[in-house]
Design a protein around this ligand. Structure first.
Ligand code: SF4
Length: 316
């Protein structure tokens, strides 16, 4: 049987970022150092495949820190946790390791600096996302106001419009955030913000790569988890860039092949917490059904690497 021809445009950069890579290494090294089980607060990164792999090594994922026995180590996820969480672990004299991405920690430091300077903070982020909860939880309740949309900016009730600063979640849509920042500046001309936005390099690069392939493809598949903010943003960026069919898939089994009938070019990318093995699985699934040509479209190269915490580094 002859297979129809199809070109796969592989966006680059895609997949694992330095913060996710470090968080996974932290769990693996903690299991090596302290043995299983090692407890992890929340999914270490938003990807079931990664979480299942670590579970098989001896990681136990919990939502409530009270579920962690006091004599076992606990790791806090890449998205960070509110300040009260490590404080409680220290009070219980537990061993804990913070896997918060250094780029999220940078936003925490910014927020603390603004708060110490007496500014009220507006955070642009998603309600209920662990990163938003973690960042807002660095400061006393009420110190940070959350906005998700331009409409939220219009509704904001602030203490003093002349004493405001804004910060953002690291995994937002670059374009949508620019619109919200512009609305903040229009309503509060004195508001101050980061020199360069808080959206991280990995989020920015993955969105730019999707925009670069959007004009050449009939469909975009983003490999990522439904609760992964940066993956969902990639779907939105693809749609906004004119790609009529853009879908999030966790792995090859999720692909709706009927929706792809008759098309000739598909774009593939992966969120920052999706491993390359799942990208390869998707490519193989296309090869089984189509005469597939793979073309890499690389818009940036990344050399960012974060060290694991000192307590887990090999001596010497
Ligand atoms: S997406 Fe960005 S902020 Fe989040 S873990 Fe990766 S590098 Fe860090």
């Amino acid at each position: 049987m002859t297979r129809p021809p199809l070109t796969l445009y592989l966006a680059a950069p895609r997949g694992f970022c330095a913060g996710v890579d470090r968080a996974i290494k932290i769990v693996e090294l903690a299991i090596q150092k302290w043995g299983a089980p090692v407890y992890v607060r929340h999914e270490i990164v938003h990807n079931r495949f990664v979480v299942d792999g670590l579970r098989a090594l001896g990681a136990v994922f919990v939502e409530d820190p009270d579920e962690v026995p006091p004599d076992r180590p606990v790791i806090f996820s890449a998205h960070a946790v509110a300040k009260a969480v490590p404080a409680e672990a220290a009070r219980r004299q537990m061993i804990w390791v913070d896997a918060t991405c250094p780029l999220v920690s940078k936003v925490h430091i910014e927020a603390e600096r603004h708060h110490e300077a007496g500014l009220q903070i507006v955070m642009i982020g998603h309600v209920g996302h662990p990163e938003t909860i973690g960042t807002m939880g660095q400061l006393p309740e009420g110190a940070v106001l959350l906005v998700e949309t331009v409409a939220d900016v219009a509704r904001l009730m602030v203490r003093d419009p002349a004493r405001l600063a804004y910060i953002t979640q690291t995994t937002l849509s670059v374009d949508d955030t620019a619109g919200i920042v512009a609305a903040l500046h229009r309503r509060f001309p004195a508001i101050i913000g980061p020199h360069k936005e808080d959206i991280c390099y990995a989020t920015t690069n993955r969105q730019a790569a999707v925009k670069a392939i959007a004009g050449r493809i009939d469909a975009l598949l983003v490999i990522g988890a439904p609760n992964s903010s940066n993956s969902r943003r990639l779907v939105e960026v693809g749609r906004a860039a004119g790609c009529g069919y853009a879908q999030l898939v966790q792995r090859a089994g999720d692909i709706d092949w009927r929706a792809l009938e008759g098309i000739g070019a598909v774009g593939i990318t992966a969120g920052a917490s999706a491993p390359e093995v799942l990208v390869n699985e998707v490519i193989d699934a296309f090869r089984a059904r189509f005469e597939t040509a793979v073309e890499l479209v690389e818009t940036a190269t990344e050399a960012v690497e974060f060290k694991v915490p000192r307590s887990l580094r090999a001596p010497g």
